[in-house]
Design a protein around this ligand. Structure first.
Ligand SMILES: Cc1cc2nc3c(=O)[nH]c(=O)nc-3n(C[C@H](O)[C@H](O)[C@H](O)COP(=O)(O)O)c2cc1C
Length: 174
């Protein structure tokens, strides 16, 4: 599948078949993130792959996600990023390191969702989660930010078309 097709096909999916996602596919998706560009090539992104029922139950018991569909997705990819990955703080010249960390993991995660699409898998970004409470449950270092997770699995719905702004609305006239 070419990139343009993956971009056009991708839609947020919130209902998944029970089929699990193979380790090979998860590895391919993590590999897409690994190859993404980042400021100073700092590669601040870190991921936790949650596919087992025991961990999903732990997350549910702690009410980490208000939306139930997250627990029913076969795999949850917890997207984290470490502001300490940058050797210099360029505050004043560039964004601060926390913003840089979120910026870079977002590029990596965009690669992930497109690779997932190519593999016939579907995803949904979920920013609605208890971002501090999730850390100790999954051994995520305190200094990391967790801007969102991605659900991952085989779609069991035809997601509705979401609207997009017209090009004229997103181009700033200079
Ligand atoms: C950073 C980010 C956070 C999001 N958080 C949520 C969320 O918490 N729950 C949810 O159901 N969808 C969430 N979404 C999905 C958006 O609602 C969705 O991408 C948007 O409506 C466009 O639809 P589409 O992805 O199908 O094109 C999030 C998307 C992004 C990019």
């Amino acid at each position: 599948m070419d990139v343009s097709k993956a971009i056009r096909r991708r839609k947020s999916v919130r209902k998944y078949k029970a089929d699990s996602v193979s380790k090979k596919h998860v590895d391919e998706i993590i590999e897409a993130a690994r190859l993404a560009p980042s400021g100073n090539n700092a590669q601040p992104w870190r991921f936790v792959v949650v596919s087992d029922d025991k961990t999903k139950t732990l997350l549910k018991e702690n009410n980490i996600f208000p939306q139930d569909f997250v627990y029913t997705s076969p795999t949850i990819l917890v997207c984290c990023s470490d502001p300490k990955a940058y050797s210099k703080n360029l505050a004043g010249l560039d964004d601060d390191n926390k913003v840089r960390a979120v910026r870079d993991v977002s590029i990596a995660s965009a690669f992930m969702v497109l690779r997932a699409e190519e593999l016939g898998l579907s995803t949904c970004y979920v920013g609605w989660l208890k971002k501090e409470e999730i850390k100790p449950l999954l051994n995520i270092p305190k200094e990391c930010v967790v801007p969102y997770i991605l659900t991952l699995g085989y779609s069991d719905e035809n997601p509705h078309e979401t609207s997009r702004k017209d090009v004229s609305e997103i181009l700033i006239k200079k």
